[in-house]
Structure formats: structure tokens, C-alpha cells
Design a protein around this ligand. Structure first.
Ligand SMILES: N[C@@H](CCC(=O)N[C@@H](CS)C(=O)NCC(=O)O)C(=O)O
Length: 446
């Protein structure tokens, strides 16, 4: 081989090595977020990354080096909310509200990983070491809130106020999500003056449900503090009714009332949003167009995409356990494998899933995708008007079962983890102009 080719070969080799290292790191993040660090073996990691165990060891000779790379990678993708974001707010209640509004979405987004880290912390020195920095961050948030309450309201009343924000911030950020504030949610909390609702709204969900994602997205976007109460299928019916809903999720229990349809939750979020950023435009014609599109997606794309996804995934117990149960109460997670048979039967019956469903539901999604692509052909960036509306949000959220976006509000499997036929379908839907549009909305607006 002539000598001038050597630098090229070396560069290529270094690039390949770098890509392998990244793949191993990403696999470690995925496994830590699903099974947890203590249960992530080198064999599982090698299998997930598609490399040999020796390759894992070549890149990461010990667990500490792997953990450091994995933490750095995850922290870069999930930076903690900036304390400075609420530092300048003088009123302690407003300040706490702003802190919670930043921390809740962060905690919700990272719930799978956090839950595993908290669980594994007592048994893993590495988790203890890396998690210490996060605990320090929470202490500074809590100390900060306490100092402000103390400065602004001295005396006994201040002590009560001071302790509450501190306890609450720790609670939100460090408590096991299953034992979190939602245990008491629904009861309306009041401040000593009796008029500030400190307890955020509660959103009852099945975490992977795309209607729930639609609601989460709207609430996150509006900066509304809420606690997500996650359940597995079937149990959700009880939770929904208990919360005042009709048996489906999402159900939002807010200080102003109960909202049991995703469209009503979007409208609720809009009432808490400044006019320029609202999801429903003011102009009557445009407003009607947005509402009609949202209704259409709710009635057709939502159910068909869900049928397509369940058709491919119902028999995958492993994926169900890894992704369906993140953040649900411990007993539901434990009962999930046992309930799976009944659950699959219920879902098959409820959504009429049979041998032809894959093709039928896939074709129905494609029809919606084609109509959306035709609408986008003139080069517009959003479905209605020149801004992001409820139509865009509903389309992207309800397209999620067929495009499996990484920005989704709970962890979803990567295409490579899916059954081959579904993975091929996801890749095709992502490549469709309407799928690419939905993916862009997740990237830019979620
Ligand atoms: N129209 C409702 C639809 C919600 C819906 O279909 N939720 C599903 C979860 S994806 C559900 O609760 N299904 C189970 C059931 O009805 O038992 C909305 O927009 O909120």
C-alpha cells in the first residue's frame, strides 16, 4: 500500500474508534436509564452496542472510566435547570413556583434515569460519587429558596415558609417519583395567606401514551408546574376515574378543575400562556382550522398510530417492561409481567388488533401523512399560519408511535431495539415528508 494512503487510513480508523466509543457510551446511558447501573453487565452492554466484550474493555478498562463517560454524555444532553433562572424573583412564592416550573419538567424528563440512580445509590460507590454533584445542586436550590424566604419574612411565619420550599425542592428533585408530592396531590395546598396554590397540578398518565405526551408537551411549553402520576394500562382506568376522568388518560387535576380530554388540557395550558405564544390563534378563521385539524388527528391518527404500534409490540414483554413502566408505582412495575397476559388481551380487544391490523393501521397513518405532506408542499413551516399551533403539536405527538422520537417525554426504544418489521416501518415513516416534519417539531419545539 503506498505510503500517502497511511494518514488517510489512520484518520478513518480513529473515526471508527470514536464512533464505537460513542456507541458504547450511548448504550451505557440507555441501559442505566432502563435497567439501572447496578444491573448493567458488560455482556449486556456489549450486546446492546453490537460489539465484543473485549471492545468494551479496550475503550473502558474499568467501570469508573465507563461511568465517567456515561455521566458526561448524559449530563450534556440533560443539563440541570439554571438556578439563575429564578434567582432574581423577590417574592418567595413566585420564586418557588418558578423553581418548580423548571425542576418538574426536568425531573419528569429524566425520571427513568433518576429513579434508577436513586435505587442503585446505596449499593454502588460510583453512583454515590457521581450523584453527589447532583445532590449538591439540589441543596443549593433548596438553600437558595430558604435564604430568600428568611430574608423577606422573618419570624415564625418565615420559618414555616422557609422550610416548606426547602422540603419541597428536595422532595421534587430527590424523592422517589412514586412517593413524590402526588401522594397528596389533588388536595389543594394553600400558603399561610390562604390564596397561593403551592401544590402543582397533577397529570394522570400512561407514560408512553401519545395523548399523554400531547398534554405533557403543552403543559411543559406553558411552563405550568405539574406532577405526572404514571400508571400502567388497566390500572390507569381506576386512576383516571378516581381523578374525576372518564377512564381514559390524560387527566389533568388542576386548581381550577379536572380536564379529562387532551384537547381540554391544551386549552387549559393556553389560558396560562401569554397571547404571543398561544397554541390556538386568535383570528377566527385560523382558530377554526387549528381546532378542526386537532380534532381530526385525535380521532384518526391517534388511534391508528397506536394500533400500528401495539400490533408490533404487544408480544414484546422485554420492551414493555423496559419502556412501558418508567416512573409507575413499584407494585405496578412488579405486577406488570404477571398482568401482561390480561393487559394484552384487553388492548387487543379494546383497539381491535388482529392479523391484518399492521397493514390496515399503517395504511391509515400513511393517508394522514400524505395529506400533511401535500399541505406542506408550498414550503410552509407550520400547518396553519406562520407559527406553531395546537395542530402542529397534536400532529407530532400523535405521530410519535410511528416515528418514535428521541425527544419524547418518556424514554422510548431506539429503532434498532424494535422488532425488524416495525423498525423498517419507523424508518420509512421518519423519511416521509410528514414524518420528517413531525421529527423537526420534536427537535425544535419539544
Ligand atoms: N380523546 C382522548 C383520548 C385519550 C386516549 O385514548 N387515551 C388512551 C391512552 S393512549 C387510553 O386511556 N386508553 C385506554 C382506555 O381507553 O382504556 C383524549 O384526547 O384525551
Amino acid at each position: 500500500m503506498p505510503d500517502e494512503k497511511r494518514p488517510y487510513r489512520m484518520k478513518k480508523r480513529a473515526e471508527l474508534e470514536e464512533a464505537t466509543r460513542r456507541r458504547i457510551t450511548e448504550s451505557a446511558v440507555a441501559l442505566h436509564g432502563t435497567v439501572g447501573p447496578a444491573r448493567t453487565s458488560v455482556s449486556a452492554l456489549a450486546e446492546h452496542a453490537g460489539v465484543r466484550r473485549s471492545t468494551v474493555y479496550r475503550h473502558f478498562p474499568d467501570e469508573a472510566s465507563l461511568f465517567a463517560a456515561c455521566t458526561a454524555h448524559w449530563m450534556q444532553a440533560n443539563p440541570v435547570p439554571d438556578i439563575g433562572g429564578w434567582a432574581g424573583i423577590a417574592d418567595p412564592d413566585e420564586r418557588l413556583r418558578a423553581a418548580l416550573a423548571a425542576l418538574y419538567p426536568y425531573y419528569r424528563r429524566t425520571a427513568g434515569m433518576m429513579e434508577n440512580l436513586i435505587r442503585d445509590e446505596p449499593v454502588s460507590e460510583l453512583v454515590q460519587k457521581h450523584f453527589a454533584a447532583y445532590r449538591g445542586y439540589i441543596d443549593s436550590c433548596a438553600g437558595d429558596a430558604a435564604a430568600w424566604a428568611h430574608l423577606t419574612r422573618p419570624g415564625a411565619r418565615a420559618r414555616a415558609r422557609r422550610d416548606r420550599p426547602r422540603a419541597r425542592l428536595r422532595h421534587v428533585a430527590l424523592a422517589d417519583p412514586r412517593r413524590g408530592p402526588g401522594r397528596r396531590a389533588g388536595r389543594r395546598a394553600r400558603d399561610p395567606a390562604g390564596h397561593v396554590p403551592l401544590m402543582p397540578a397533577r397529570l394522570v398518565t400512561i407514560p408512553i401514551s401519545h395523548y399523554c405526551e400531547k398534554a405533557r408537551w403543552a403543559l411543559d411549553r406553558a411552563g405550568i408546574a405539574y406532577r405526572e402520576e404514571r400508571h400502567v394500562q388497566i390500572v390507569h382506568r381506576v386512576a383516571s376515574r378516581r381523578a374525576g376522568g372518564g377512564g381514559t388518560v390524560p387527566v389533568l387535576v388542576a386548581p381550577e378543575g379536572v380536564f379529562a380530554q387532551s384537547a381540554d388540557i391544551l386549552a387549559y395550558a393556553d389560558r396560562h400562556t401569554e397571547p404571543a405564544a398561544r397554541l390556538y390563534p386568535e383570528q377566527p378563521g385560523l382558530h377554526a382550522e387549528v381546532v378542526a385539524l386537532e380534532r381530526d388527528f385525535d380521532a384518526d391518527l391517534g388511534p391508528e398510530g397506536r394500533r400500528w404500534m401495539y400490533f408490533h409490540l404487544l408480544s414484546r414483554r422485554d420492551l414493555g417492561t423496559a419502556y412501558n413502566c418508567s416512573g409507575v408505582p413499584a407494585w405496578e412495575r412488579r405486577a406488570f409481567p404477571v398482568m401482561l397476559g390480561a393487559m394484552s388481551g384487553y388492548i387487543r380487544h379494546l383497539f381491535a388488533i388482529g392479523p391484518a391490523t399492521g397493514a390496515q393501521a399503517g395504511a391509515a397513518v400513511e393517508r394522514t401523512f400524505d395529506a400533511i405532506a401535500a399541505r406542506l408542499e408550498d414550503g410552509r413551516r407550520y400547518l396553519c399560519g406562520d407559527a406553531f399551533t395546537a395542530a402542529d403539536l397534536a400532529f407530532a405527538a400523535l405521530a410519535a408511535p410511528v416515528i418514535v422520537p428521541p425527544e419524547y417525554g418518556t424514554a422510548l426504544p431506539a429503532p434498532d431495539e424494535l422488532p425488524a418489521e416495525m423498525a423498517a416501518g419507523v424508518r420509512a415513516f421518519r423519511a416521509h415528508p410528514a414524518g420528517a416534519f413531525a421529527s423537526r417539531l420534536f427537535r425544535e419545539e419539544r
